[in-house]
Write a protein that binds this ligand. Structure first.
Ligand code: ADP
Ligand code: MG
Length: 581
């Protein structure tokens, strides 16, 4: 082993750079945060090759004097901890690491003119070598230029992804900060990509209280605005506000989960898990909700100094933070529980407008065939129908089609309900409730059902006999097979064999998943699917109406247990549009 020694400053900075500026987007984020900390109201970003060749950020913030410039590129030099108190951090920065780290691995040039001064000064850092400041030309504010990022650390260069994905990451960094600062003007220009412009949303422009919402619309687009509900709650000094996408507006990744802690964009595990928990089984597995949530709490309740890129934080009270988010989001969604995504209506209309593509094995029936097919399967109360005044949100049932869909009419819309999906959610929510208040009531089968299955499956099922019993289904070994003695009372006619086979199959997957409760919820979801009205069963008008009324009283009834929509609503105005009225 060689002798122990202090590492040279440049090497120390390069090591720090490994964490702080992991990729171009991270450098961009640090520089934007500096501009915001400097009070800028206008920030311009120019990138070449996804930021690797050039990042140029110009702001109109407070600027720096020549002395400050020299200090700024030194390690652990910061203007942001005036009281030396790590528990009172009110700025994005505080570590004093970003500029020296970037300077250690690139060709960095900072030009700045302090507010009120009439000259600008420039300083250069190349591979860690710092020049002395010299006069330059610039308006009030600061321009930071980073060229050839990572040229000094070729190993890191090799790990960079494609220009396109670096550029995507940069856009994401800008979007996240833009959502935290609705009153700041952001622009981004790149080689051959569409420029980005987020106009400053001032009160004068969009009115008091609308600045954040308008910015969200700019960043996430109108689709999100049409498909979200407002979230607002406060408990023990922890408050959350923002917007939660409807469960039916689910996304392939968590990218559209924008989370802020005291206005700092974070990708924190506790928060991500809380969001997932809040949506629970209303989202199909493998899909993710879209949210913009601003969490505010006293700085002393959160430690932001736990992650070099400041993406994660530590809360003093994780449980409280989680509860506030879960409760607030659930409440907001429950209040909106009756609304499926508005994206569905235009989609349905489009399907009606465009000629339906021919499906293999199925050809478009002509009108007379349709007409012949209708009478036996349409069960209608009357043909011309008035909606009673006091009918619920989901209207009055008018007809059942194909023994699968219920058509109902409200005062200003028609609703098409998937009877199975809807009933499945009702049964499931009832089971969950029953489980919470002393267990699910069971009924004995007159003749116990013996279900043959392979050994692994039956062993798996029997090993969960206790949980299954709590969920209302009593099984015991019967030779190599499984015998079912009792099923939940709320189940009508159920194909017990099919249910058991499904349960066995899906349990193979449950084993990997979390808590007992989660497992039981999955068991119940599978059971509910079997214990509810199947597609293909005819229902009379009273049964249909009773289903609608139950839906109105059931949480999350806009989605089935698999996250699929249970109904589509077409507004009268949508219908009128369809006919060019
Ligand atoms: P930190 O932001 O943690 O303080 P940085 O290395 O990012 O560390 O920046 C060091 C210092 O340089 C900051 O504290 C600030 O005083 C100054 N500075 C950096 N960027 C700007 C800017 N765009 N405008 C004004 N001052 C800046
Ligand atoms: Mg900084």
């Amino acid at each position: 082993m060689s002798a122990i020694r202090r590492l040279p400053e440049t090497l120390v900075n390069r090591i720090a750079a490994g964490e702080v500026v992991e990729r171009p987007a991270a450098a961009i984020k640090e520089l934007l945060e500096n501009s915001l900390d400097a009070g800028a109201t206008k920030i311009e970003v120019i990138l070449r090759e996804g930021g690797q060749a050039l990042i140029r950020i110009t702001d109109n913030g407070c600027g720096m004097t020549p002395d400050e410039l020299s200090l700024a590129v030194e390690r652990h030099a910061t203007s942001k901890l005036p009281s030396d108190d790590l528990l009172e951090i009110n700025s994005f920065g505080f570590r004093g690491e970003a500029l020296p780290s970037i300077g250690a691995v690139s060709r960095l040039s900072i030009t700045s003119r302090a507010r009120g001064s009439d000259t600008a000064w420039q300083i250069n850092v190349e591979g860690g070598e710092i020049s002395s400041p010299r006069p330059a030309a610039l308006n009030e504010g600061t321009q930071v230029e980073v060229r050839d990022l990572f040229y000094a650390t070729p190993a890191r260069l090799k790990f960079l992804k494609s220009v396109r994905s670096e550029s995507d990451a940069a856009r994401e960094a800008i979007e996240r900060l833009a959502l935290a600062h609705a009153d700041v003007d952001f622009t981004l220009q790149e080689d051959d990509r569409r420029p980005v412009r987020f106009k400053a949303m001032t009160r004068e422009l969009v009115g008091e209280g609308n600045t954040v919402l308008s910015r969200i619309g700019e960043v996430l687009g109108g689709d999100f605005i049409d498909n979200m509900v407002k979230v607002e709650a406060e408990r023990e000094g922890v408050s959350v506000s923002g917007y939660a996408g409807l469960p039916t507006f689910h996304r392939p990744t968590t990218r559209e989960q924008y989370l802020f802690v005291n206005n700092r964009p974070v990708r924190d595990k506790v928060l991500l898990a809380a969001v997932r928990g809040a949506y629970g089984d209303t989202i199909p597995s493998g899909r993710n909700p879209a949210v913009v949530l601003y969490l505010n709490l006293p700085p002393k309740e959160v430690d932001v100094n736990v992650h070099p890129a400041k993406a994660e934080v530590r809360f003093r009270n994780n449980q409280l933070v989680r509860n506030v988010i879960v409760t607030a989001v659930r409440q907001a969604l429950r209040d909106a529980g009756q609304f499926t995504t508005s994206a569905l209506a235009p989609q349905a209309i489009r399907m009606m407008q465009n000629p339906v593509p021919e499906v293999r094995g199925y050809s478009e029936p002509n009108i007379s065939q349709l007409w012949e097919a209708m009478p036996p399967s349409v069960r209608s109360a009357s043909l011309s129908f008035d909606v009673p005044n006091n009918v619920g949100r989901l209207g009055a049932a008018v007809a059942q089609l194909y023994n699968t869909f219920i058509i109902s009419q409200t005062t200003d819309s028609i609703i098409i309900i998937d009877q199975h999906a809807a009933h499945e959610r009702i049964v499931y929510e009832k089971m969950k409730q029953a489980l919470d208040v002393g267990g699910i009531k069971r009924q004995m089968l007159l003749i116990p059902e013996v279900v043959d299955m392979d050994e692994t499956s039956s062993r798996r099922l029997l090993s969960k006999a206790e949980e299954l019993a709590e969920c209302g289904i009593v099984v015991e070994p019967f030779g190599g097979a499984v015998m079912v003695r009792e099923v939940p009372e709320i189940f009508g006619q159920t194909d017990v064999k099919e249910m058991l086979k499904d349960l066995a199959e899906e349990m193979a997957e449950y084993e990997k998943s979390g808590s007992v409760r989660e497992e039981m919820e999955k068991i119940m979801a599978t059971m509910a699917c079997h214990g509810s009205v199947r597609a293909g069963r005819s229902m009379n008008v009273d049964e249909m109406n009773s289903l609608l009324r139950q839906m109105e009283q059931t949480a999350n009834s806009g989605q089935c247990n698999h996250g699929r929509p249970t109904y589509v609503e077409l507004k009268r105005s949508d219908l009128e549009k369809l006919f060019d009225r």
